[in-house]
Design a protein around this ligand. Structure first.
Ligand code: NAD
Length: 261
């Protein structure tokens, strides 16, 4: 197991991509902190399952990633519980679909806070420890929307482009400290985040559910298949390996060819 004795914090890991990433890191031997919202009993089930299945320690912290003070508190708690945050996965994210003229300003602020600023606050908090230990992996879940736009997603596309700039900057600053910073940019992954935007996309574009899946979602992906959460998690595990120690400041596309077009 490649991550024995390492510790990881995965934001937004009560669901979807983040949960798959947390489980994959635990499978590699890392202690893991889960974060995100959801039903308390369901989260406790996931937490206990990770400890049971992989023989690591797993804690849960419900920090709201739109609140900088809660992010700092969570990082301090994980460092105290596990002795370090060696792997930080900035994954928490939300979506909102609306024409720009109707886009609620408070939704803009919320998406920038959760999808972009939270990564800055978490990176800021873990960096001193990673530099001191001279080892770290920062992996940010960006998106195909970090490279290309789609209409009606102004805040999301802006935030994801921003995450790439943040990642490149941090990669340069930490390059001599054994710390890498990279993005993984999936195309459409079948998760609750995608499922939840279907009704609004139906409204914004005047389409049926099936038409949204075929004409909006999978039409962007030349392979005509959704990416799986386990494929994203496998890329994360690779970025955490020694083989990837010279991969830093990059944005790895996993989008079925979407951004090649
Ligand atoms: P998801 O809705 O299944 O999971 C999102 C997670 O973020 C959940 O655990 C949720 O509780 C958490 N979260 C939301 N707001 C939060 C907050 N304020 N504080 C703490 N946690 C919060 O979505 P997903 O599809 O797994 O998305 C995960 C990441 O992947 C996001 O950054 C998303 O933008 C990105 N992404 C998703 C897709 C896709 O097609 N699903 C594609 C590209 C990128």
């Amino acid at each position: 197991m490649s991550l024995n004795a390492r510790s990881a914090l995965v934001t937004g890991s009560t669901s979807g991509i983040g949960l798959a990433c947390a489980r994959a890191l635990a499978r590699e031997g890392a202690n893991v902190c889960l974060n995100g919202f959801g039903d308390a009993a369901a989260i406790e089930n996931e937490r206990a399952a990770i400890e049971r299945e992989f023989g690591v320690r797993c804690i849960y912290d419900g920090a709201d990633m739109s609140k900088p003070a809660e992010i700092a508190r969570m990082v301090a708690r994980v460092e105290e519980a596990f002795g370090a945050v060696d792997v930080l996965v900035n994954n928490a994210g939300i979506q909102f679909v609306s024409p720009v003229e109707d886009f609620p300003p408070e939704k803009w602020d919320q998406i920038i806070a959760i999808n972009l600023s939270s990564a800055f606050h978490a990176i800021r908090a873990v960096t001193p420890g990673m530099k001191q230990r001279r080892w770290g992996r920062i992996v940010n879940t960006a998106s195909a929307h970090s490279l290309v736009a789609s209409p009606f997603k102004a805040a999301y596309v802006a935030a994801k482009h921003g995450v790439v700039g943040l990642t490149k900057t941090v990669a340069l600053e930490l390059a001599t400290f054994g710390v890498t910073a990279n993005c993984i940019s999936p195309g459409y992954v079948w998760t609750p985040l995608v499922e939840k935007q279907i009704p609004d996309t139906m409204k914004a574009r005047g389409l049926s559910r099936e038409e949204v899946i075929e004409k909006v979602l999978l039409s962007a992906q030349p392979t005509k298949q959704f990416v799986t959460v386990d494929q994203v998690a496998a890329a994360l595990v690779f970025l955490c390996s020694d083989a990837a120690s010279q991969i830093t400041g990059t944005n790895i596309s996993m989008d079925g060819g979407w951004t090649a077009a």
